[in-house]
Design a binder for this molecule. Sequence first.
Ligand SMILES: Cc1cc2nc3c(=O)[nH]c(=O)nc-3n(C[C@H](O)[C@H](O)[C@H](O)COP(=O)(O)OP(=O)(O)OC[C@H]3O[C@@H](n4cnc5c(N)ncnc54)[C@H](O)[C@@H]3O)c2cc1C
Length: 282
Amino acid sequence: MRYAEPETVEEGLALLAAHDDARCLAGGASLVAMMNAGRVAPGMLVSLHRIPELSDITETGDGLWLGAMCTHRGVAAEPRLRGAMAVVRSAAGQLAHPAIRNMATLGGSVCLADPHTELPAALVAASARAEVAGPGGRRLVPVESLLVDGFRTSLQRGELVTRVFIPRGTDGAVGHHLRFSRVSSDYPTVSLSLVLVMDGDTCRQARVVVGASGPVPLHVDAADQRLVGTRLEEADVAEAGRLLVRAATPLDDVRGSAEYRRMLIPRLLGRALSQAREHAHV
Ligand SMILES: Cc1cc2nc3c(=O)[nH]c(=O)nc-3n(C[C@H](O)[C@H](O)[C@H](O)COP(=O)(O)OP(=O)(O)OC[C@H]3O[C@@H](n4cnc5c(N)ncnc54)[C@H](O)[C@@H]3O)c2cc1C
């Protein structure tokens, strides 16, 4: 296996183009574990650690750009991720345990596309877009459409993710993330990320995304719409929960049966909505 440490995105792209079996190395938390288990064997590892622009954080009038190499710890500590954007900060601060949060990166989370993880779901809730660089230049892709299946993205050969844009969202929006796991540092059995806008007691906007309940983060427009215009009474939340459960395709695994996961979804939704409402009124 060969190993390279490019210092610019262009050098990295040239290496990816020159080696059919090249892979980017970000935090390495998952890739190195998969290599150790013999599940992947890249011929060329392209480390992204020495490319300064991949760790940049830039604020614009309408949101925040986070470099692909920002670690979860860095994202969790970013004070500018407020309002709707706080859903990403909240997920990054809760996931896994400190060793993983110190090591693993935002770009690695998106590109791994592991259905058991929660950060991709939080990014979809935030309507985040990824900047993808490749031989043809750079393009912006909604994270929701980058994640096409479990462990599969729409990235083409020779492309890499350079940064992720988190839009500021509507004034007064609240972003919130909740996870249910067997123990605090485990992968979640189910996670739920949401962005909520309240007008007094009435819900003006809702975007709910469930993680670990299908091959990609689960977002159901009809469930969002069922909440909008209501006072988030028990019946409204229960019906939105039913719509999410109907669309979910969870797995049976050591973290819970599919049936158990279906039972958790409406409960997490109810809890996340009431916690988000409390933040909305602060
Ligand atoms: C023990 C453990 C527990 C975890 N628990 C959780 C959890 O509870 N919740 C959660 O959400 N996540 C969890 N994760 C996943 C973690 O958050 C990251 O998603 C994961 O480790 C990948 O990030 P990384 O930076 O380590 O990427 P790597 O392991 O370096 O890379 C992962 C894949 O993405 C590709 N890649 C990386 N960066 C780029 C890029 N910029 N462009 C193109 N391709 C790229 C690599 O080539 C590789 O295929 C856990 C991971 C581990 C190992």
